[in-house]
Design a protein around this ligand. Sequence first.
Ligand code: GLA
Length: 389
Amino acid sequence: MIWEPVLAKFKELFGDEGDIRVYFAPGRVNMIGEHTDYNGGHVFPCALTIGTYGVARKRADKKLRFYSMNFENLGVLESSIENLKPEKEADWTNYPKGVIWAFGEKGMQVDTGLDLVLFGNIPNGSGLSSSASVEVLTGYILKDMFGFDVTNQDLALIGQYSENKFNGVNCGIMDQFAIAMGKAGHAIFLDTATLKYEYAPIKLENAKIVISCSNKKRGLGDSKYNERRAECESAFAQIGEVIGINSLGDLSEEQFEQYKDSIKDDVCQKRAKHAVYENERTIKAVEALKNNDVTTFGKLMNESHISLRDDYEVTGIELDTLVEEAWKIDGVIGSRMTGAGFGGCTVSIVKDDAVDTFIEKVGEAYKAKIGYAADFYVVEIGDGPSRLA
Ligand code: GLA
């Protein structure tokens, strides 16, 4: 079991007495619907079988002791539940601390401390939501160990709240929702305006989901993520003056074309175009999948990438190289960047018998052009958070 060494590490650091519990929360990949979640549009992500393992024990005092097997050089990081402030710090413990703080803000005081050891097998900073995974995991641990009456959907909202208010990243709801609500073999078709959702089975006969990791690190905080959000808000304010809408996600392509000139700034107009067309693409893609039309789904993935490259401008040479090389391979049904962009990963649907060639050829071309290697993962769609032991 992957979690056994994590439990062993916990016992080595913190002793083996008391009620020690083991948990898991997944990472996520978004199939289509990028940069739509803070524009009131649709997304289509799924939880993965890779994620974050956590071993935890309640303490009798107010202390927090955290250790991550992914950042062993940092050692055990100690703090207190009483000192939690929404301020920026450099280390990963901001994520669990932010969630403990957010529970308090929502009227659920965590009254004693916690010992926690984490191990994640999601590549860090890859755009597969390692941070949202830690947030949902922490929320799940608090629910289970402290007995808070919250649903998994609440855990998603609390995770997002902590990311927005404690960590200062203005993310939408997609990542935490995909992780908290994950279901094996299914992606989640979520309307971010209403939080209505539906599970859609991903039946890829003779094909796999392959994630290509650019190894260009990024954190949402240091990316242009918040800037894109502000550009969309400005576009919405302008177009909203001529047509009554609650968000860009309310607009059809036709309405956008009719009213787009009310957005005076060209850059904001391009950002809004992406938000509107990507939302429509996501609805069409899910429809195609329901009709077992994976080919159309793949074409819409490709169009999504082009829009993220040309109109939203969040790709960059690393992601463009991975995708454009993928498109050259026979047996690739669709390929696009996934997540916030500016680095991180791409997601591709690849026919079974083309997977090896894909990894070899895209890998070679990437290294030749970018100067360092990409990593490839053939992934499975997994469930949401759970207690393992
Ligand atoms: C990040 C954010 C999400 C979403 C994506 C882009 O992953 O956390 O809320 O906005 O970027 O689709």
